[in-house]
Design a binder for this molecule. Sequence first.
Ligand code: 13P
Ligand code: SF4
Length: 342
Amino acid sequence: MNDTPGRLPQNLPFPELPGFLTPQEREKYRQLIQERLTKENAVLIAHYYTDQEVQSLAEETGGFVGDSLEMARFGKEHSADTVVVAGVKFMGETAKILTPDKKVLMPTLEATCSLDISCPEKEFTRFCDSYPDRTVVVYANTSAAVKARSDWVVTSSIAVRVVGHLAEQGEKVIWAPDHHLGRYVQKETGADMISWQGNCVVHDEFKYQELMDMSRDNPDAMVLVHPESPEPVIDLADFVGSTSQIINACKKSDKKRFIVATDKGIFFKMQQAVPDKELIIAPTSSESATCRSCARCPWMQLNDLKRLSQVFDTPGNEVHVSPDIVEKALVPLNRMFQFMKS
Ligand code: 13P
Ligand code: SF4
């Protein structure tokens, strides 16, 4: 795979995290959110990486917790007038593209993703235009405008199957934006791919040497890795998959202990699914360096209870996607949904 644009600046600024809440404040905000969801005929959907209290509130109020794709599908099928998305901006945008008639709100539109940041639409379009013979496959972690420029949108759960299918048809591929996932997909499929050089600041921090040591010290533990992790870390995995696939692999396995290389937020639903199993977070720092994100996405954490309680009253936090972008982005998204059914 060739060298291409998309590298993030060193020390990309992280957002300021929400302040500490007392138990009384938590309870007050929880009640407020419940009341407003009912009053506004709204449903709360949350990603696995959000705080545990946000995930449990989504479930208790008849909403949903899941991976990025499942969230969008749930929002589409639900009868609510308004969908409140606790996640990052591309998730809100995908929900809006799939349900343009519903109001989509987010606690803050500042909740972005380093992959989305790495792939600005104009630069990406220029890049794609210089390879007109290649099929453009983008990861779901991209803006609506980048999706609109693509031929296919995929999530990590289906990327290998889609690119494998394209390779069988003799198609050459542009992949964006995650270069670790791109390399993994290329290795699995043998496809002719050029990859954008974006990365997830959370998964990028999992460390090969420390994971190898941990694995050696815990020989009975199965290693589960998200494919946004660096190649040597993926190579140590017993199982590689998306968030939902990691949970399912853990449920299905006879093993009792698991080392998990993805955002720690997943442990809430994962531990519920396997109460008698032990989950260990994979190492994110080496002896000589400390981690920045420490296996917690800084933008996912912006979805705090206080912001959620104000979601209906905060101007500027409604997700808007222009009708022409919705129309264009729906094509590659629907292609993925059709492919899933095949
Ligand atoms: P999923 O598509 O598995 O939910 O992952 C989204 C994500 O942001 C991973 O870092
Ligand atoms: Fe983006 Fe990584 Fe956060 Fe997922 S964990 S939303 S890929 S920055």
